[in-house]
Every structure is written in C-alpha cells, then in structure tokens.
Design a protein around this ligand. Sequence first.
Ligand code: ATP
Ligand code: MG
Length: 683
Amino acid sequence: MADKLYYPHPELAKNAYCSSLEQYRKMHEISVKNPQEFWSEIAKEFYWETPATEDKFFSYNFDLNKGDIFIKWMEGASTNISFNLLDKNVKSGNGDKIAFYWEGNDPDDYSRLTYRKLLEEVCRFANVLKSKGVTKGDRVAIYMPMILELPIAMLACTRIGAVHSVVFGGYSSDSLAERIMDSKAKILITTDGVWRGEKLLILKSICDEALKKVKKNSHEVECCIVVAHLRRLSSPQSAKSDSTGKTNGVNGTSDNAFDIPEIPWDDDRDCWWHDEVEDAEDKCYPVWMNAEDPLFILYTSGSTGKPKGVLHTTAGYLIYAATTFKYVFDYHPSDVYWCTADVGWITGHTYVVYGPLANGATSIIFEGTPFYPENDRYWAVIDKYKVTQFYTAPTAIRSLMKFGDDLVKKHDLSTLKVLGSVGEPINAEAWLWFYNLVGHGKCSISDTFWQTETGGHVITPLPGATPMKPGAASFPFFGVLPEILDEDGHLVEGEGEGYLVFRQPWPGMMRTLYGNHQRFQSTYFDKFHGYYCTGDGARRDADGYFWITGRVDDMLNVSGHLMSTAEVESVLTEHSSVAEAAVVSKPHPVKGQCLYCFITPNEGAKFDKKLQDELKKRVRERIGPFAQPDVVQYAPGLPKTRSGKIMRRILRKIAAGDRNVGDISTLADESIVNVLFQLRSQV
Ligand code: ATP
Ligand code: MG
C-alpha cells in the first residue's frame, strides 16, 4: 500500500530556504560529493580569526583496518563560538533583539534577555571563571534547571576555552558524581534549587552529596558557584526592582512567597553567583580556539547502559548546528522558536543554545513541565509567545494526547508553521494528532533522527521541501550519507531493512568519547569497518524514505521473523484506547521468543480482556499471524529514561520475570519497575 504523502503548505514552501525536493537533492548531492565546497561556503557566514587551510579542510578515517579513527574539519582555522553567537549578532544590529524569553515553572514568573545583555552577562561570568583559575581546556560541570544562567554559564566557558559538561538537573547525586569524576571537572555550577511542577528540589544538597563522593573517589572540585534562583523567586520585591532586563532578575514574579529550606554551604568552596558577578567586568576578550579544540562533553541518556561521554569540538559543531537549525526549522528573523528539550540533553545543547543563537534567533527557555499548572501548559505558552516553530518529543505528544483535544483547541496556535519531533520513532497516530490538531493541517513536521553522537540532525524532512510520510524521518541532511547494512555487513540496496550506518563524517559529528578513544572505536566503528554504526535500525521504502525502526538491540525475533519495536508499537497505539505501548520479546519454549506488550490506556479507557483480545487481533491482522502477541499487560506507566525514552531492556527482564534488572539509575521513576513486576503476576 502506497503511503499517503503530506505536502508542505504552499505558503511555507514559497518562503523556505529550501523550497523543493529538487533543490534539496541538488544541495545534498554537492554536500556529499564535495563537502569542502559546500561547507566552506557556509563557513563564510561566520567569523574566523584565522581561516582554514585550503588543503586540510576535511580529513578522516572510518576504517579500523587502516588505523585509528579520526575526524577533522577546518584544520588551521581558529575562532570563538561565543563571539560568533553574541558579538557578531550585536555588531550586525541585533543587539536589542530578544535572544531568550524565559518562562518559569509558575506562569507568573518570566523574564527576557537581549543579545546585548546576554553578551555582557556571558563576559561577566567568563571573568568570574577566570578569577577562579579556570583556563583553556579545563572542564566545568554544570548542574542546573532551565534558567537563563544555564546558557550564560555554557557560553562563558566557550568564551575562555573551557569545556563544559552539562549534567541534566534531574539526575541523582550518584549520576552527577559519576559524570564529574569521568570528566575530572574543576568547578561545579548549580542553583540553590528549583520548582518542578509542585515539587521543590534542593539541587545544592544533591551537589553536596555528589561532591563528597567525588572527593572520596577521584579528585577535589575546587569551587561550587550557586545561583540564588529560589531566593529571587521567593522575594518578589527584590526581583521586581530589577526589571532592567538584568539576567539575575525575574521581570514578572508570582506573589506566592515561600520559605526556602536551608541550603547546605561550605565557606571554603561555595560562592553565590550574584556576589561574584557584581564587580566583574562586562567585557572579556575571547580566547581563539583551534577548529578541533574541545567544545563540550555530554553524556548520552543511558538508554542502553552506561552513559558515554561524547566529545564535540569547535568549528565543525558550530557550522553544523547553525545550518541544521536554519534549514530544518526554516527559521526566519521574525520567528519565535521553542524547543521544549532540557539543555541537559543534546537537543537542548544544539537546538536551545547553539543553533538558535548562531542564527540570531529569538527562542524560549521553559523551566516547567507540560502538566503544570494544568495539562495545557505547552499550548498556553505557544499562544502567549506566538510561537512559530515548536520542537518536542513523541513521549510528550503521547502523554498530552491522553487528555483529549479540548485542551489544545482552547488556545490560539495559528502562528505555528513548523513542528519538530525528536528522541524516539514517532508512531503514525501521534504524528497525525500533532499534524491535524496542533498544526491545524498546515504545518510541516520535521521528524528529526539524530543522536548525542551526531551533534545535529542527520535524517530529517525539510519543512518547505519534503513531502512527509507520518513516522518517516525521510531523507539525509546535507553532508550525510546513510546506508543500510545487513547482519553480514553487505549493503542493502533499494528497498530493505537493516543496520543504519553512515559512510562519511559531517562537520558536527562526535570526535571521541572523552578520555576513552578505545571505547569510541569499539562502540561505533568495530561492527562494520568503514562505517559509523548508529546502533539503530532503519528501513528504506520504495520512494527512498528512511524509517527508523528502533534500536537494533531491541529487535523482536519470533520463530525466525525479525520485527522492529516501532512497527508493532505503531499498530498498537492506533487503537483509540491506547496511549502508549512498548513491546519486547520474551523467551518461549517452542517459538524461541514470543511478543510481550505493555499497554498504557488513555485517560478513561478500560483495560480488560476485550481490549487485550482486540490488540492481539490487530497485530495479527496488520503484521502477520506469527506476530500475534502472547501477552498484553496493563502498564500504568513505562520505565523511561529521564529524557523520556522507553527502556526496553528493563521491560525484557520484567517480561521474563527476571528480577535482575541491572543499572536503573538513569530511570526517571524507579518505582515503576516494581509496579510492573506486581502487575505481571496478575497476567
Ligand atoms: P544511550 O546511547 O546512552 O543508550 P540514547 O541513545 O537514548 O542513550 P541519545 O543520544 O539522547 O541517547 O538518543 C539518540 C537515540 O534516540 C537514537 O539513537 C535513536 O534510538 C533515538 N532517536 C532520536 N531521534 C529519533 C527519531 N526521530 N526517530 C527515531 N528514533 C530517534
Ligand atoms: Mg545512543
């Protein structure tokens, strides 16, 4: 059956940077055949203290048979990222443009920051870091909620050549300690605490525990700089007098003054951000960095096991973040862009901080959750700021679908032009809801496939150019050359399914795993020599569209039939009673393996024998008799990483009744594991 195509809205296509499939194909061809020509043209839009050496623009080895793996872009060039993101925008007349709107957890808390002000604050904090002895190459750990000081701290690092390592502010003290030890960070930047929905979290206490552990096992973190975020929220008076746009203030604050619990303090190590910046100069000459100097370390979400410290470098990441942002969201100067990802994930690095600022964009930093104060918060924020591009994750879309359509319809979402999805395969049901209801049938959806390792989007539609198929990530971005390989490493030509790999590097891809080049080589380059192996499966259809089928480790194998998780889960979620589904295989005495499905029903839907039978029948009819699930279990929730991805390796253990679930420290809610084991016994 041919898939229905959804064409870009003519208005969107007319004004788009890439406005037809032909134009996309032409640009893509140049970008992969002659990367130097393509990327050096783009590099001209940025400032280089020294230009790249012509004959060394690009070099790499992807083949372990030929020696160590390396990737280098723009050798010889030097630049500074904060200079390109800030000074360049201010100099070109964008100084008064809003860089970030800040929207607090409480809708009454908000603030904003212009490019000029952001530059000053970054310089101030860069001077603070210098005064603490931080120099080029030092690692700085950042453990913060979504507040303006987070991008300020990151960019201050880049100003002086320090390497930031942002740790998601929802991680436990153990996870934080592990990441500080691995990166040997010299300094930690945090806040006193944060409100997440109705929950108050004292981040500084978590930091103290982590730092104790680091000191015992690894090294001493010399200094901890703390933003008094709770304090400014709790005393509206002091915050309101600060309405000059100064970043430390909150322009609007709720009147719900609250008592701040005691914050643990070590006088020899800890200091307040506001005390430090008070007398710091608001100018700081940038440190010119070589193209391949490290920019940041970021740990992967840990869906598959121990997180990996992915290292990105300067020049290539800058041009790739900038270019993907421009084309994939088709950002134009008067647009207001919003990415809901936390800066603690790669999506937040590339598409909250670096990509938008490199394009002089106005965007939103949102501290809260989709469910507070009500389940329509996302739609309210889009309405409030007249958002034009909205980028979120399938897990959020599915959880909001559960509440029905009225919450969406209550708000004016007519400014939206482009919608984005990232993190997991998006099932057709969620795609269509997003398209029809949120995007009122007029917006393009960019289903962006990428990884912490890839630095930016690698397979994605372009909003003005690509006819969309619900659930297909579609075509490679400029510079990206994907292939599909079978188990033996043979190329799958034309239609077919297998391992998704890349044949050559693009500027924004990772360079190594921090301090562990061996692990880098064995994880990504050992399975198929000559290719970067993503660990994800993909299918190419008759029209050449790529469909991501999920992680290869999660593949389902029943009586010799290989199926992807995405394929089966997509069929299950089409049922009107199903909000979320996760499928794993379970050992079976005859078939070898059978399918075991976990189902979260929609609000108000009943989970009973009738639903179980309907779902089994549906999978049998749509995929084949061999695929009929043996078990359909009720799941009030699913084990997810803190970035919202389903951890199927844990579900496999539950299905098998094996209590030995391994490391669950990256789970958002560990208690769900026990709940699912208990429900299992009732199946
Ligand atoms: P770890 O590598 O530690 O197990 P992780 O892979 O979840 O964690 P990320 O780098 O944040 O960490 O996520 C990248 C993965 O997310 C991809 O490899 C893929 O499995 C999935 N993914 C991201 N975007 C999409 C998408 N649009 N469609 C399908 N899958 C996606
Ligand atoms: Mg991964």
